[in-house]
Design a protein around this ligand. Sequence first.
Ligand SMILES: Nc1ncnc2c1ncn2[C@@H]1O[C@H](COP(=O)(O)OP(=O)(O)OP(=O)(O)O)[C@@H](O)[C@H]1O
Length: 408
Amino acid sequence: MKDDYMHTVSVQVTDKTITSLAGIVEQQLLHDLDDMLRFAMPSKSMRDFGLPVPSVDVTGILQNRLLLEEMSYDKEELRKQHSDLVRKLNHHQRLVYDNVVSSINNNKQIYGKITLVVAASGIASLLLPSGTTAHSRFKIPIDLNNKKSCDIKKRTFLGNLLQQTTLILWDEAPMSDRKCFEYLDRSLRDVLACEEQPFGGISVLLGGDFLQILPVVPKSTRSEIKGLSLPSSYLWPYFKIQFLHTNMRLEPSDTIPHSSMNLSNFARWLLDIGDGHIGALDKDDPRDSSWVQIPPSLLISPSPNSLQTLMDFVYGDDILNMPTASQLSARAIVCPTNDSADEINCQVLKLVNTLARVYNSTDSMQPNGKHTSDLEGLYPIEYLNQLTFPGIPPHELLLKIDCPIMLL
Ligand SMILES: Nc1ncnc2c1ncn2[C@@H]1O[C@H](COP(=O)(O)OP(=O)(O)OP(=O)(O)O)[C@@H](O)[C@H]1O
């Protein structure tokens, strides 16, 4: 019987992590034996046969693939990583860590302390181990105006998973619309039957920097965006704010051969820009923007060849002549707009001497309702070919043999 149960689990998790589920399999086995015994011999108990009585109710867990996924980590390996990482924490990181640990120590879940790791965007979630987007994990509606909570029901796999969750880590939280948190809050209070506590009593750690990206809503005004961001939520007063002051990317190290003085000046300068301490207000738009003078040492001087100079600076001749995936993945030119990304991609592709091929899209208008007449006259194919949309390749997609392509 135990082998049957282990087999059921083994098809859902890897060999390495199956041992961490042995305790649950054992409890399920004892539970089922106990049931059978009560049915066949109501006067006898497990103890009469020298068997232990099941200590926790694990009913349903072996069938719940969401719970199994979150419980089947290689705990030994994680313990090692944990002790290595905790040792490296700086003072402020340690304070956050201690707060989180003391917050979750009070929770009493049966199956262990499950942590769900989510991020506001798909790309941010890829950087987190086992990360998913908050929308997909919590079934947050895409249209936030028509609903009031997430699509989570009590007696479902997701409902059971949340009942066993101690901590939610939500990265890049300032990018999420405040309603995402409010919907989750309402759903968790309901699913966990805990109306009086925010998020139904689950600890929630949000990470992010309000100086980076706020919720993106096309064509909205500054005050509309402010109204959509988390500090405008009724939940904001429940959060304890903790600051991480040290820019760890700019800590002197063997791999960054700059003097520590330069690096700390640069870190300070970045913070001062974010905090609005430096820069001259734009006369035409004093509320929205200010002019910041970039020190010449950080600038590539403007010239007809400046894009090439930037590419040489970032990648160097060796990589540009013989690129490998690992070298390319360690560097990036960060672009503020898709147009700049397209321009740089085009320039880089020109450097590659291998065979090129253009893949054209097929564009046509789909009639909508009654407006079927003369669509081609109104929207000529040449016009459709010029349109570009985020997330969709351009009409003319140029690919070359051996050029790495990153699919997101
Ligand atoms: N205590 C530490 N010791 C050594 N390296 C660290 C430490 N803390 C962070 N780092 C390194 O600093 C870099 C930035 O860390 P991390 O990505 O966690 O910062 P972040 O604030 O989330 O960044 P972002 O603003 O891009 O989201 C990473 O390479 C990380 O490994």
